[in-house]
Structures are given as C-alpha cells and as structure tokens.
Design a protein around this ligand. Structure first.
Ligand code: HEM
Length: 527
C-alpha cells in the first residue's frame, strides 16, 4: 500500500509543479519584449519577495522613472499584489471608454480585495449599487442638502463641543473630519436617525474600510492554498465577520419591515385603496437598492443580506475617500492662510446670496479649483485606472493586451509632469480657476465642467478615469464643500504655533494618504 501512496503523491506533486510552471511560462510570455521597471521576479519567481519589497518601499520612485522613460510603450512592474502593465497616457485615451465587459474596474477590485473571502463578490454580475449612486443619489442632491447640513452640523458640534471663541482648542483634524463625513454618509445609508446616529452603528461603519484593508493585507501574506482556512482563524477575519454581522443586525430587520410595508401597500392598491403615504419613500441607499433590485425582477438581490453587502461596498467606496479628501483640504487651508481667508469670503458671499443650497455649492468656483489642486498635489494613490482586462485588446501600436492582464496608469508621476502643469511642485490654489469663464457660468452661460472638482476631464485622476470613473463624485464634492463651508464660516483653525507647512503624506505600496495624527487648533468665530 505504502509504495502506491508514495507513487500517487509524487505524481500529484509533479502535476502541481507542471501546472505552476505552465502558469509562470504563460505569464512570462504575456509580456515578452516589453520593458520592465523594478526588480524582475524571474521565471521561477526566486526574486519575487525582493521585487515586492522594492515596490512597497520605492514604488513611487519606480513609477516616476517609468513615466519619464516610457512615454509611448506600456511597461511591466511587479507590485505587492500582482504583475501590472503600466499604460502611458497616450493609450489611456484608447482604453478609458471601453465597456466593463472588456476592461473592468470592479473585477480588478474584487480580486485585490478578495471578493470571495470578504463577501464583496455580491456586487458581481450587477450594477445596481453603481446605478443608484449615479442616478438616484446625484439627482436628489438638491433635496438632500438640508439633511446633509443637519448631520454635518451635529457631528461638528459634537466633535468641537469644547471649543469657544476666546481661545484655541487642540483637536485631531482627522477625527473631526471623519465624524462629519461619517455622519452625513450614515444618514444616506439609512434615513432613520435612530440607527444612523447610533454610536455602535457609526463606529462599525466608520471602521469597516480599515477592517477590510487589514484582512486583505494579512491574507496577501498567506499562501493562496491556505487562505480558505486562514480566513476563519486570523483575528482580522474574525473582526471582519463581526462587523458584517453587526451591520446586518442593524439593517436586516428594517429592510424586512420596509419590504412588508411595500407588499401591504401593493395589496391595498390592488384592492382599490388609493391612499398615498404622506411623505414619499425614504431617500437612502437601502431603499434605492431594494427598489432597483425589485425593478430588475426581484431574486437574490432583494434579499436583506445581499442589500447589506452592497451597502458595505458603498460604504468602502464613499466614506474613507471623502474623509481623506477633506482632511487634505483642512491641511492645505492651514498651510495657506491667505487661501483660507479667500475661501471664507467666497463661502460667505455665495451662501449669503443663494442660501445653503446645492446650487450655491456649485458656485464655489475658487473652492472647486482649490480642491482640484489638492487632488493633484496629494495623489489618492501612486496609480489609477486599475482595471482587469477581460478580453484581448489591440492598442494602436499593434500590441495586444491579453485577457487576464492587470493594468494601471502612473497617475501620481503624471501629476508632477511640468509639461502638463506649470511649476508642478507648487501648490497653486487657483490653478484651475478662470474668472471669465466663471462669470459666464454664473450668468447662466455654459458651465465649464473641466474645472469643477468633480470633473474627470483632462486626465485628472482623483475620481478615476473614463466610463468607469467614480459615480459618487458629485455627491462627494457637495459633502466635502459643505463640511469646509461649515468650518470656514463658523470656526478659525490653524496648525499649532510654530508649524507652517502641512505634514508630509505617507506612501506605502501603491497607497498614499495624509498624516492622521496631525493636531489643529480650533476657535469659534464670534457672532
Ligand atoms: C472624494 C471622495 C471619493 C473619491 C476620491 C472617489 C474615488 C473613486 C475612484 C478613483 C474610483 C475608481 C474609478 C476609476 O478607476 O476610474 C471610484 C469608484 C467608485 N466610487 Fe468613488 N470616490 C469618492 C467618493 C464616492 C462616494 C461618496 C460614493 C458613493 C456615494 C462613491 C461610489 C463609488 C462607486 C460605487 C465606485 C465603483 C464603480 C464601479 O463599480 O464601477 N465614491 N471612486
């Protein structure tokens, strides 16, 4: 018996080895002849760890080098997750509007964020989470603004409760901003203040992105064969499951209750009862997702658990990114007191004339330029346009990108290209402000969309690129401007005495971000 077992084990081992070699060979062939930036892991992958370490610590410099050297040729680099084909600007134009059946942001994300272990796979095969943001949410911005202001004001009053108008109080800027953005987002997820303002609920949803990221970072260090078991044993796996259970516990009963009420209403209408509920259906993600799933024929997407996972996907997409943008803005304001005065004046004038409305926020042209410059100067990551190629694509230079390739653009290096931006290392708050065009827009002329913060024109990458760019960018822009306006019109804030420059951003792997520990001094403005 034993020799037979040994024979089969050996055969199994050889088969696995051949499979692995086959994969390595096809991955090497895929990019044969293309230049490479950074350490080559080699055919057998012997240098893999060295290549990943190099990218983790020096990815920014590697891509700067690639950007300068290869303007017309895609090149290969090994990141901490996978091998990527970095696409120069010239070809992004050819790719950016291809359908998501050919290149997919979502599939790339689900692979990097381990959709099958994090449950985020629930957004596969559907676009309803994207559609409700793009249409229902964006269309309702005008109506939703008073409620967004109420939440932001409440959160800021809470976070800055100890501040008075006599002396400055030290506050951790990131906590203050997270509180405001978190509470605005929470009410959009579920328009029921009993839940949306519940401290346990708020803590869970505000920490969810970190729970997810910690789980994925840990899982990446574990071999793929062990991951199906490891996800149950590692502490970050337990934390992720407990967060999902917590959110489900809050939302699932409410979703079921709303579904029952809807059924009852349908029965009443069928029986001829035309009485309408006085206030229409709630304006929140839960409602829009349930309605969209129903409109698409019901099925699995209408189940409370499926709605909860889509909500979690939206929380990950919406909350951290918006908070980080607003934190950068607070630091940039503290580092440029003259800009702070300028934007405070603009906010007072525009809000004074048009009230706290969405159309007023759209008229904050100087703030638009300031935020757009902030996005340029503080990249969201060292790459953008991360996509998984689902079917082969021929570029205009004849090169065919094979299916299964992970692609990206070196957007951080691009944002410092002097051929595109004059004096790129300078922070110029009014770089994107053109007074004459603005006057025309305010006078009812054509809106100069390319200069809006929410625009993704001209290669700006803060909100992504092309057809699959961020659908929440108009909402994000409104909520960030709202929080900044509240801070500017009700408070004075600055860095602690002696500090004039903003803290340096951190860069690790392909991610960058603001220092989350920075303190600022805050004082209420008088009357
Ligand atoms: C300042 C805040 C935000 C930033 C910087 C940001 C950035 C991005 C980026 C870079 C992408 C990928 C697009 C691409 O690669 O072309 C994306 C996708 C997405 N964003 Fe945002 N986002 C923000 C706020 C929001 C908000 C508030 C929401 C929802 C309310 C949202 C919902 C989404 C969704 C659903 C996707 C995925 C779209 C898909 O599956 O195709 N984002 N976002």
């Amino acid at each position: 018996m034993a020799p037979i077992m040994t024979f089969w084990s050996a055969l199994g081992g050889v088969a696995l080895l051949l499979l692995w070699l086959g994969r390595r060979l096809s991955s090497r062939r895929r990019f044969a002849g293309l230049p490479r930036v950074g350490i080559d892991p080699g055919f057998l992958g012997l240098q893999m760890q060295a290549a990943k370490d190099e990218f983790f610590h020096h990815g920014q410099q590697l891509l700067e080098h690639g950007y300068a050297k290869y303007k017309d040729t895609p090149y290969v680099t090994q990141t901490c997750d996978n091998e990527r084909l970095v696409i120069p600007d010239r070809f992004i134009e050819e790719l950016k509007n291809l359908p998501d059946t050919q290149i997919s942001f979502k599939e790339e994300l689900l692979e990097r964020f381990m959709g099958k272990y994090t449950k985020l796979d629930a957004v596969r095969g559907t676009t309803i989470h994207r559609d409700i943001v793009r249409f229902q949410l964006t269309k309702s911005l005008g109506n939703l603004l008073p409620q967004m202001k109420e939440e932001a004001q409440l959160a800021l009053d809470n976070a800055l409760g100890g501040c008075n108008s006599k002396e400055f109080t030290p506050i951790k800027a990131s906590s203050m901003v997270f509180a405001a953005i978190g509470q605005i987002t929470s009410r959009r997820v579920i328009d029921d203040p009993q839940v949306s303002r519940d401290p346990v609920w708020l803590k869970t949803i505000m920490g969810f992105t970190t729970s997810l990221a910690t789980f994925c970072i840990t899982m990446r260090t574990i071999s793929s064969t062990l991951r199906p078991i490891a996800r149950f044993t590692i502490p970050s796996g337990r934390k992720l499951r407990s967060d999902i259970a917590q959110v489900t516990m809050f939302l699932a009963p409410l979703i079921r209750k709303r579904q029952q009420q809807q059924q009852q209403q349908n029965l009443n209408s069928a029986a001829g009862d035309q009485t309408q509920k006085e206030d229409g259906p709630p304006q929140d993600f839960v409602q829009w997702l349930a309605e969209a799933a129903q409109a698409q024929g019901g099925g699995r997407d209408t189940e409370p658990e499926a709605i909860v996972i889509k909500i979690l996907f939206l929380i990950v997409a919406a909350m951290h990114s918006s908070a980080v943008t607003a934190i950068h803005a607070v630091y940039d304001l503290c580092a440029h007191p003259e800009t702070m005065r300028d934007l405070r004046e603009e906010a007072r004038a525009v809000l004074g004339a048009h009230g706290w409305t969405h159309s007023a926020l759209l008229r904050l042209h100087r703030m638009d330029s300031f935020l757009k410059e902030g996005g340029r100067a503080n990249s969201a990551g060292i790459v953008s346009f991360q996509r998984l190629v689902l079917s082969p694509i021929r570029l205009s230079n004849g090169f065919v990108i094979p299916a299964g390739t992970h692609i990206c653009a070196a957007s951080d290096a691009r944002s410092r290209d002097p051929a595109l931006y004059e004096a790129p290392l300078e922070f110029r708050p009014l770089r994107f402000y053109h007074p004459l065009l603005r006057e025309a827009a305010d006078g009812g002329g054509e809106v100069d969309a390319a200069n809006l913060f929410s625009s993704v024109a001209n290669g700006d990458s803060w909100f992504g690129v092309g057809r699959q760019a961020c659908p929440g960018r108009w909402y994000a822009s409104a909520q960030i401007k709202l929080v900044l306006c509240l801070l500017l019109t009700e408070y004075e804030f600055k860095f602690p005495d002696g500090q004039t420059a903003r803290p340096k951003n951190w860069v690790k792997d392909e991610k960058t971000g603001p220092d989350m520990e920075q303190m600022i001094w805050v004082r209420r403005l008088r009357g």
